[in-house]
Design a protein around this ligand. Structure first.
Ligand SMILES: Cc1cc2nc3c(=O)[nH]c(=O)nc-3n(C[C@H](O)[C@H](O)[C@H](O)COP(=O)(O)OP(=O)(O)OC[C@H]3O[C@@H](n4cnc5c(N)ncnc54)[C@H](O)[C@@H]3O)c2cc1C
Length: 458
């Protein structure tokens, strides 16, 4: 009998496992995949490691949002590389490049040089980034609010230009998602010198050293409710595990589908969760480059075809830190939002067996990504040795993310009470965690895991 069983070893599940093990609880993590990590796992091709859902993190320096909790999780001991202070993110719109400088004052002064007549708008933007009134921000639409404080449409696009790390949707995105998704990065932005698996290994080592256990290839098929509580998790291979508490890091609708018979979960709650929309997915082209051809760049470049960042058609180009000390890059990722409907022809297919047409479709999309990136990396296509790609189908099939969504349930400023979920369910010993609840990304998921575990420890 365990104290807590956690379903899913994404960042949310692993942070919960760490915090609960530190409190002396016996924790078991069950993961359906062959390796832990969910969106943070890395994969190997031809001797090189590639990440699936990590490019950079914000707010790691002392006094900033992730510092204390990453220190407690021993994640600050990993080799983090601080991005360029004079431009950690660079936004290219209509062939003009704008820089985001580190620190609120530098951020303001740098953009005020490009938009001198908008200094007052920039000051209001910085005040917004420093505000933490979540209730007010949950109910306010980000696009409408930003338009009310920023007159120049180009500046509005520039300020939102690094927002591929959230779903930039005019009619739904709440201001609190926008602020939490941007503010920590302005304080300081960091890349790992190595792959995201380092985070996964560190978190796994931490809690297993304290007596916890991780079992992979263990897909939970049913959470059995008896006499007002979940009593056991039954895996596909027939193994059953018992605990006092159960935390699910799987998508909430996946979690509810595991509770097949329940006296406590009302049909209306199931319908509500199942009907919530999910954010779009992501197309990623991961490039292996010829050695010594493309200098390493210590920032992210965001590119837009037109003037408008809010149409959701931007590209992010990110560079992996060379681990051999070279000043040249070997790996570059190019990301662009993608709805799973673009993959409708292959809906029923399985990974690695989707057929030749799917491979051609992905190759064409990857070529478009390379062509866009050439706006700031001329002749990039001449330096490419290999391209590895993923689509929303990849995330649907590996992580069981409905619709291949990149960031989980879509939050809606017009309906915060419906789309922002509590860790509690109507079954007292079943809790939720993960990116679909409140906030996504490393910052959001870590904070959410802290809320979830408090339901047990306080
Ligand atoms: C392309 C992409 C790029 C990103 N880039 C960044 C970035 O640069 N910075 C940043 O901060 N964030 C980034 N993110 C977001 C970040 O990766 C995620 O918000 C976060 O990792 C999600 O963690 P999670 O624990 O909520 O969910 P997940 O990582 O999805 O984990 C859920 C886990 O549950 C498992 N599971 C599901 N069902 C079951 C079951 N029945 N039984 C057992 N196990 C089950 C899954 O296999 C999975 O391992 C990115 C995301 C994507 C998709």
């Amino acid at each position: 009998m365990y104290d807590v069983i956690i379903i899913g070893s994404g960042l949310g599940g692993l942070v919960c496992a760490n915090l609960l093990s530190k409190k002396g609880m016996r924790v078991l993590v069950l993961e359906r995949q062959h390796q832990p990590g969910g969106c943070l796992q890395s994969y190997r091709r031809g001797g090189m490691m590639y990440d699936t859902g990590l490019h950079y993190v914000g707010g790691l320096a002392e006094g900033q949002p992730l510092h204390d909790i990453f220190k407690e999780l021993d994640l600050l001991s990993l080799p983090w590389q601080r991005l360029d202070a004079d431009g950690f993110d660079r936004i290219m719109i209509a062939d003009r490049e704008f820089r985001f400088a580190e620190g609120y004052d530098n951020f303001l002064e740098t953009l005020a040089k490009d938009f001198p007549e908008e200094r007052e708008s920039l000051q209001r933007y910085i005040q917004l980034m420093q505000c933490t009134d979540e209730v007010w921000m949950q109910q306010t639409n980000a696009y409408d609010y930003l338009r009310s404080i920023i007159r120049n449409p180009l500046l509005l696009s520039v300020l939102s230009g690094a927002c591929l790390k959230m779903e930039l949707k005019r009619d739904t995105l709440p201001l609190f998602t926008y602020v939490h998704g941007n503010a920590p990065f302005i304080q300081s932005s960091w890349r790992l010198k190595g792959d995201g698996n380092m985070i996964v290994r560190k978190l796994t080592d931490n809690f297993t050293r304290l007596g916890g256990k991780l079992i992979c290839d263990a897909e939970v098929e049913e959470l059995v409710e008896e006499q007002g509580a979940i009593r056991k998790a039954v895996c596909k291979n027939g193994q059953a595990y018992q605990a006092r508490y159960f935390i699910s890091d799987a998508h909430p609708s996946v979690t509810l589908s595991l509770v097949k018979e329940s006296q406590l979960i009302k049909k209306v709650y199931r319908r509500r969760i199942d009907n919530l929309e999910n954010t779009n997915g992501m197309f990623t082209a991961q490039l292996l480059l010829k050695p010594g051809m493309v200098p390493y760049f210590n920032y992210n470049e965001f590119l837009y075809d037109g003037l408008e960042a809010w149409d959701g058609r931007g590209y992010m180009v990110s560079c992996r830190v060379p681990e051999d000390g070279s000043t040249y890059a070997r790996q570059i990722d190019i990301l662009t939002p993608m709805n799973i409907s673009e993959c409708a022809a292959w809906t029923d297919s399985l990974p690695m067996r989707r057929g030749e047409e799917y491979l051609q479709f992905k190759a064409q999309k990857a070529q478009k990504c390379v062509a866009v990136a050439e706006r700031f990396l001329p002749n990039l296509h001449d330096y490419v040795l290999e391209i590895h790609t993923s689509t929303p189908l990849t995330y649907r099939d590996y992580n069981l993310s409905p619709d291949g969504s990149a960031y989980g349930i879509r939050k809606d400023a017009a309906a915060p009470l419906l789309t922002v979920l509590s860790p509690r369910t109507s079954i007292p010993n079943l809790l939720l965690t993960g990116q679909s609840l409140m906030l996504h990304g490393l910052h959001g998921v870590t904070m959410t895991a802290m809320y979830t575990t408090k339901e047990i420890t306080e």
